[in-house]
Write a protein that binds this ligand. Sequence first.
Ligand SMILES: C[S@@+](CC[C@H](N)C(=O)[O-])C[C@H]1O[C@@H](n2cnc3c(N)ncnc32)[C@H](O)[C@@H]1O
Length: 279
Amino acid sequence: MNKELFKKIISKKEFSQLPKKDILLAFEKFDKPFYSDEEKIKLTRNLLRKVYSAFTSKKILSLKNKSEEWILRKHLSTRERLPYYEEIYKRILKSFENKKLNIIDLGAGINGFSYKKMIKSFSSLHQTPTSPHKIISIKNEKNPINYTAIEAIGQLVELMNYYFKKENLKNAGAIHLSLFEIGKIKKIVSGLKRPRIIFLFKVLDSLEMLERDYSKKLLLQIAPLVDRIVISFATESMIKRKKFKVKRNWILNFVRDNFIVIDDFEFHGERFIVFSVFK
Ligand SMILES: C[S@@+](CC[C@H](N)C(=O)[O-])C[C@H]1O[C@@H](n2cnc3c(N)ncnc32)[C@H](O)[C@@H]1O
């Protein structure tokens, strides 16, 4: 790809810290002789906007000393989920009581800001009638969740790491990497202790926009390395103020045909499917 065109595409702040690989994948779609350079730039940016930045308010692209809730409200996905986080995490994590978990959040956006909610929900599962106050401290070594976020937008990675450091959350970290770098993702996952749980919340559609059937490839390669995968997608879409039900039969059938579905539930327009290669 022509260096000048590349520079022009990333001169917008929202694309300035995207992995090169993702920009090239988007550009390839429009690198055709019948488009002018201006059109190639415009079409590539439009696609990148749909895949990466459409959900994020520009207000969080620079570091901010704001509360978790403030940040979680500035991203469409986390905002919609905000009232239901604890119920969702309890349901996903319930069969792992009393274990130390590794959660790897692929295409995390800013979901790392819900890390404390994850710990709170998980530690409430450990409570018994005889020890109702046994809430595990997030900062001590007994903290039962190691959390790794992987995200393409560099600014969101910086924002999460800044927050983890400020709050002294030693078991949480974010990595700037594209999910198209499958070898690197597998290496990171394999380096973590089991049980390993993968989150892919509202991400598969984005991957499909750049490479058709890439979600299937990713799931087939990652699933044997982990104990659970949790995918989610929006069940309703708002176009011109009309709500319509979104069907995701392609992914539902694929998951049913290749894995063991452990749970399938919906909270306020977001459907979660929990599955594994093992029982
Ligand atoms: C709809 S948002 C969902 C964010 C988060 N998973 C959640 O549900 O709160 C999709 C996220 O996936 C990220 N993403 C999309 N394609 C990616 C890729 N190839 N590599 C890494 N991250 C990606 C986007 O930057 C965006 O933050």
